[in-house]
Design a protein around this ligand. Structure first.
Ligand code: NAD
Length: 542
């Protein structure tokens, strides 16, 4: 207490290799076998207590959709009201708890996650969201631990930011949490985002209601257990899986609603913004609306680029985790002079890509998340198959007999505004448009104006002038811009993540900019020698 404590400097969690015979691989395989054989029951967690409603839904394996991992209880109106009430009770203590005590809880959670829970967390994410071992490791262990460690570091950095003082005056900024609760609505595709959205506000002294995605409840629940083991007080984060619209209706009606921390699709985010605006007069304060949504992430390749490097960036950027990353590369503009060389390299690399169950460690691609996603992606592929302006040059097969499997698919179009060049598909599908080399600048402009999104994108070029031009023309086209790299894989503390335009509020997850949204600053001016008369010297007689 009587000290200006220093938070341990954040170090990014090392990513383990899971190479054959490594101890982490042996442990993970054992955990996968154990968890696949044990069906569990998942309760809600409200006020630190397990709550069972009997209104059940299932968690399945997307790559083996008949396999049920868990049955989970879903929240109804009563449980949401209880969660709000408990959060307000918890707020009384949590909002004034010394920051170093709060920090210790989240730092301990990071250690538990990266240590004793590592295999369980990875196995849960692999089985429930159909990620391979590497994709799970970089998400639910490395990125989530990074979010926790960096966010407490950024919290202290924010608290250290103080104004100037003049003689006899002391000015102090106090970074108060918001009054009320934060509604954290999380997506299926990153367990790390699931964990970050309720904890980032909590690190700043807020309380959260966490509504996980239906298809990620199984892995998100593991993190909830870690938080409690790390010492999170009851009611600070209440875990309320259940029907989205019904829960949201109740939450947005509460006068205690102080903000939403959302990641997911653009339509849902826009609905949340509209609904909270309509209810504005009900709330005690103006809610903070923070959301990251979809993308139509691009790669513009210049004729000076290396074809091998371009094809590697496409295979990884477009197809890792089945293209279900908001940053997944889903359109590429390729120069005519390089097309044959790039295509040759791509075919060579893609012919080595294997698709399968997550327990087969040689599979690079696994299944897409669920039946609605499968049908949606298949619909886009069929549209391209049927259309005269496009042809499928790689993949295109969809098979949901056992799991929701879609082959990595490349569409080649002659229309730069073809539907799959403009709309987010959120699957392993990329569309190519080949341009005349001399039209490079026009192509950059085309790329800039083709989609409503502004999340990630990149340029491949060895010619510096071409890079400079791309940086300039595409200035507002991406919140995360890459030069000679794939469009995915932002690392906490290194590439703060988020985009503008329809992609979100660009508050940069895992950064101090995001944390600032969860505080309401109080300035205190203290005067050591208060004035004793209203008269100023200029008012004196000459
Ligand atoms: P989604 O919008 O379907 O679901 C996200 C969350 O919103 C889930 O918890 C879901 O249950 C909830 N939800 C759905 N309908 C709702 C409603 N009517 N009211 C309240 N909540 C509702 O998105 P998803 O399929 O889980 O995730 C994919 C989307 O997320 C893609 O568009 C992707 O680009 C985006 N995403 C963006 C980022 C980013 O940082 N920009 C990161 C990951 C995912």
């Amino acid at each position: 207490m009587n000290s200006n404590y220093k938070i341990p400097a954040p170090i990014n969690e090392p990513i383990l290799s899971y190479a054959p015979n490594s101890p982490e691989r042996i442990q993970l395989k054992k955990k996968l076998d154990e968890m696949i054989q044990t069906k569990i029951e998942i309760p809600l967690i409200i006020d630190g207590k397990e709550v069972k409603t009997g209104h059940m839904a299932s968690c399945i394996c997307p790559h083996d959709h008949q396999h049920i991992l868990a049955e989970f209880h879903q929240a109804g109106e009563r449980e949401i009201q209880d969660a709000i009430e408990s959060s307000q009770e918890a707020w009384l203590k949590w909002s004034i708890m010394p920051w170093e005590e709060r920090a210790a809880i989240f730092l301990r959670a990071a250690e538990l996650l990266a240590g004793p829970y590592r295999a369980e967390m990875n196995a849960a994410t692999m089985l429930c969201q159909s990620k391979n071992a590497y994709q799970a490791e970089i998400d639910c262990v490395a990125e989530l631990a990074d979010f926790l460690r960096y966010n407490v570091h950024f919290m202290q950095k924010i608290y250290q930011t103080q104004p100037n003082n003049s003689r006899g005056i002391w000015n102090r900024l106090e970074y108060r949490p918001l009054e009320g609760f934060i509604y954290a609505i999380t997506p299926f595709n990153f367990t790390s985002i699931g964990g970050n959205l309720p904890t980032a506000p909590a690190i700043m002294g807020n309380v959260s209601l966490w509504k996980p995605a239906r298809t990620a409840v199984y892995s998100n629940y593991v993190f909830m257990k870690i938080l409690f083991e790390a010492g999170l007080p009851k009611g600070v984060i209440n875990f309320i899986p259940g029907p989205s619209s019904a829960i949201t209706d109740i939450v947005l009606d509460s006068p205690h609603f102080a903000g939403v921390h959302f990641t997911g699709s653009t339509e849902v985010f826009q609905m949340l913004w509209k609904r909270s605006s309509e209810n504005l007069s009900k709330y005690k304060s103006y809610p903070r609306i923070v959301g990251e949504t979809g993308g139509k992430d691009f790669l513009v390749v210049h004729s000076s680029a290396c074809p091998r490097e371009v094809s590697t960036a496409i295979v990884r950027g477009a197809f890792e985790y089945q293209g279900q990353k908001c940053s997944a590369n889903s359109r590429a503009y390729l120069p005519k002079s390089q097309w044959n060389a790039i295509w040759k390299e791509l075919q060579e690399q893609l012919s080595r890509v294997k698709m399968g169950d997550v327990r087969d460690f040689s599979a690079f691609i696994n299944a897409v998340i669920d039946k609605p996603s499968f049908d949606k992606i298949k619909g886009y592929i069929q549209y391209a198959k049927d259309h005269k302006d496009a042809q499928i040059i790689w993949g295109g097969t969809c098979d949901d007999s056992k799991g929701y499997f879609i082959e990595p698919t490349i569409i080649l179009t002659t229309d730069p505004h073809f539907k799959t060049m403009e709309e987010e598909i959120f699957g392993p599908v990329i569309t190519f448009y080949i341009y005349e080399d001399e039209k490079y600048e026009d192509t950059l402009e085309l790329c800039n104006t083709t989609s409503a999104y502004g999340l990630t994108g990149g340029v491949f070029a060895q010619d510096r002038e071409a890079v400079i031009l791309a940086e300039h023309v595409l200035r507002h086209a991406a919140g995360n811009f890459y030069i000679n790299d794939k469009t995915t894989g932002a690392v906490v503390g290194h590439q703060p993540f988020g985009g503008g335009r329809s992609s979100g509020t660009n508050d940069k997850a895992g950064s101090e900019f995001n944390l600032l949204r969860w505080t309401s600053i109080r300035n205190t001016k203290e005067c050591f020698t208060p004035a004793k008369d209203f008269v100023y010297p200029f008012m004196d007689e000459e």
